[in-house]
Design a protein around this ligand. Structure first.
Ligand code: ATP
Length: 233
């Protein structure tokens, strides 16, 4: 389970995230929506332990900045960064070694195939396009078999086949009981598979609920989004 309690993040004096709390259960896909500047990336980076903040964040029973938590979660950033002089395959090898995963080779080949990287596995990080970097970053996140996975705008820059494969991979993770948190602008792309939605505006969660809880409103995710972010509630 992912638990975020009273998370507040200020950049100098500006409040980017204002005392938000939420939980995501095992086997649940939570979607973090919000207009530009709402605080989605700040929330995800705080959970990933990359920022200083106030509040408490727990990943499967461990404080998020502990080694025990770091061993079990993956983070796919909005902009992927590669090691210039490692090949695509070496990135996966490096991450598998860092997380102590030994039996990863078949899975690595499978992931490379799924994301059309098999013929690119000897290319260096510095030779990759943005979309290819994004795919390598996704493969690295998946190879550790995460119990919790955080995606910041994962579909940006991916081609249609990669989007399809990523969505399949996310559903597979859900079926294995992982906790999944995805921030996105592209509401259509997640409309078919979310379990819980968290809509942010100006650093606050202005609406949250499971698909079941929000069913009675009889609205699409996009309608809900515009209702609460444009103030028509
Ligand atoms: P987008 O959809 O545009 O990516 P977001 O919802 O992810 O936006 P954040 O990037 O979390 O929003 O930004 C939330 C607020 O914090 C914004 O007002 C932004 O200007 C501010 N902010 C983000 N990063 C920094 C930073 N490094 N320094 C100062 N202010 C920042």
């Amino acid at each position: 389970m992912l638990i975020v309690q009273n998370l507040t993040k200020k950049y100098s004096k500006e409040i980017a995230v204002n005392n938000i709390s939420f939980e995501v259960n095992e086997g649940e896909i939570a979607i973090l929506l919000g207009p530009n500047g709402a605080g989605k990336s700040t929330t995800i980076k705080s959970i990933a332990g990359l920022l200083k903040y106030n509040g408490y964040i727990e990943i499967c029973g461990h404080p998020n900045k502990s080694i025990d938590a770091k061993k079990i979660f993956s983070y796919v950033p909005e902009v992927s960064a590669m090691f210039d002089l490692l090949t695509v395959y070496e990135h996966i090898e490096y991450i598998a070694a860092a997380y102590g995963i030994e039996d990863y080779k078949d899975e690595a080949e499978e992931l490379l195939k799924r994301f059309d990287l098999s013929d690119k596995k000897d290319k260096l990080g510095k030779q990759l396009s943005k979309g290819m970097m994004q795919k390598v970053s996704i493969c690295c996140a998946l190879i550790i078999r995460p119990r919790v996975i955080l995606f910041d705008e994962p579909l940006m820059g991916l081609d249609p086949k990669a989007i399809k494969e990523l969505k399949k991979a996310i559903v597979e993770l859900k079926e294995k009981g992982s906790v999944i948190l995805i921030s996105t602008h592209i509401i259509d792309s997640v409309d078919d598979f979310w379990d819980k939605v968290l809509i942010m505006k100006n650093g606050n969660i202005v609406l949250s609920g499971t698909k079941q809880e929000l069913k009675s409103r009889n609205e699409t995710l996009e309608e809900l989004f515009f209702d609460v972010t444009e103030g028509n509630v």
